[in-house]
Design a protein around this ligand. Structure first.
Ligand SMILES: [Ca+2]
Ligand SMILES: [Ca+2]
Length: 497
């Protein structure tokens, strides 16, 4: 019997006994059993497709990109249609499932306090030309980091200093925007880890090596901030040393009161002194110029003008300091090889004066903190002072052992002054004389005696730390003939506001 004749017979038999909704299906299935239905498109259950996915036969076919049976359609709707495989990323059309991509770590940083979340101008690919400066905060941002699937991320910072020590991260290492304070010169390893929140499965990290180097106050030695003055609030402290430490000339310890004053942040540089010489007639100053307003008789005395009319250049050239006749690479190094008179003349020409011994020691000892050294009580290191011919890292003394001013910011005093200890000794206003136990209330010793000379303070780049009986200590003091220049002796100026 031909198949169409069988179908017609089936139809006629069932139309009477079976509701029309099932009629076609039953008819057709019977037809399928007998091989008579050539089309299965109206069967209630789709015949097995014959697709094999993994170990199973799959009606719905295999999942895209996999060997498992596809999920039933309709779980996800993309563009109005149910999609077994989900929607393609960032579109509204059906697409293959997306692999779980790792997050992306993006690091930016800045060297100034950020005013907005976008204010982190530097990246590892575009760092600042000169690197960062010691003791200036570095600001970090991980805010550009992201996860490709849009999942939430967490971050973690760590920073190692040149000695491999972990640096404190502020406010904490998991902050998207954080900061740290590099204390020393050298390379810092900054690592940013980014991971998907809720697990460490997807973790990436990026690393950047940042150089921290001293910036000379300015290459010319006189542009800002070379001539910066830093305020010292004034107050009371005990000057000198207790009997068990220090040299005899530091005793007796005695009470000192100083009024607020300003003092140069840096030692006076070659470039700053060169500019002074270019404008100085050599005529000296009127009596009283450059006086401390609270100390009568502390200013310039006209007989001294003979001292400054002499050729400055003889001593500057011949005693071997950082000076060069032509402008060169040493402009930001400290000037030395000058007399006390020349130092005072420089300060007066800048509207300043020399600090008193009490003022200088107050600044170096951190006032009432009475520190042993400007930075505190820990012994000297090459990160804190230019001393012992150690700066260039080589044994022996060379030109490179006296660097530009401000090269060791780790030795900054309580109010920010640099190189108080080491680099060059600093001429002081006072005549050098033994201490008494009298109270010093804005005092200076002005009783000139030819043999005693003037005070200088702070030690120099050559002398080593001798069992911590060192001239780098705030209380240490020496004096010498005010007319005698030396390559280890320079100065800085002060002013009463
Ligand atoms: Ca050396
Ligand atoms: Ca010094």
């Amino acid at each position: 019997m031909p198949s169409h004749a069988l179908r017609l017979m089936c139809q006629a038999n069932f139309e009477r006994a079976v509701p029309s909704s099932l009629r076609v299906k039953i008819f057709c299935c019977l037809g399928w059993l007998f091989g008579a239905c050539s089309s299965g498109s109206v069967c209630p259950a789709t015949p097995r497709s014959g697709l094999k996915c993994g170990d199973a036969m799959c009606d719905a076919g295999c999942a895209l990109g996999g060997d498992a049976c596809a999920p039933p359609a309709g779980d996800v709707e993309c563009g109005g249609a149910p999609c077994d495989a989900g929607c393609a990323p960032d579109t509204d059309v059906c697409g293959p499932p997306v692999a779980d991509l790792p997050p992306v770590a993006k690091l930016r940083f800045g060297l100034r306090s950020p005013q907005s979340p976008d204010d982190y101008p530097f990246t590892p690919d575009a760092p600042p030309v000169d690197g960062a400066e010691p003791r200036l905060t570095v600001y970090l941002s991980a805010a550009d980091s992201f996860d490709p699937e849009g999942q939430a991320i967490s971050v973690y910072w760590n920073v190692q200093d040149p000695n491999g020590q972990y640096v404190t991260i502020d406010p904490d290492p998991s902050a998207a925007r954080a900061s740290f304070l590099p204390l020393f010169v050298g390379s810092y390893a900054i690592t940013l880890e980014v991971f998907e929140s809720g697990g460490l499965k997807q973790l990436v990290q990026t690393m950047f090596t940042m150089m921290v180097a001293p910036h000379p106050c300015a290459p010319d030695g006189f542009s800002t901030p070379c001539s910066d003055e830093l305020a010292v609030p004034g107050g009371t402290f005990m000057a000198g040393s207790t009997d068990d430490i220090g040299f005899p000339n530091e005793h007796p310890r005695h009470l000192v009161n100083v009024a607020p004053f300003l003092m140069d942040k840096y030692e006076v540089t070659v470039g700053r002194f060169r500019r002074f010489l270019a404008n100085f007639s050599g005529d000296g100053f009127p009596d009283g110029a450059g006086a401390h307003p609270l100390i009568p008789g502390s200013g310039w005395q006209s007989p001294w003008s003979g001292q400054t009319s002499q050729d400055f250049m003889i001593s500057i050239r011949e005693c071997g300091g950082a000076w060069t006749d032509d402008v060169g690479a040493s402009e930001a190094r400290p000037i030395s090889c000058i007399t006390w008179y020349q130092a005072l003349a420089f300060c007066i020409a800048e509207g300043r004066r020399l600090p008193t011994e009490a003022e200088w020691e107050f600044a170096a000892a951190g006032g009432s903190e009475e520190r042993v050294y400007p930075w505190g009580n820990d012994p000297p290191t090459v990160d804190r002072a230019v001393y012992g011919c150690k700066f260039d890292g080589q044994d022996g003394c060379s030109n490179d052992d006296l660097p530009v001013v401000g090269s060791v910011p780790g030795g900054a005093g309580r109010w920010g002054h640099l190189d108080l200890a080491g680099s060059v000794w600093e001429w002081i206003l006072d005549v050098y004389a033994p201490y008494s136990d009298a109270i010093c209330d804005n005092c200076a010793n002005l009783n000139v005696t030819p043999e005693e000379g003037r005070v200088f303070r702070g030690g120099d780049f050559r002398f080593d730390d001798l069992a911590q009986q060192t001239d780098l200590r705030a209380a240490s003091r020496l004096g010498f003939d005010a007319k005698f220049p030396d390559q280890t002796r320079g100065f800085r100026c002060a002013r009463t506001p």
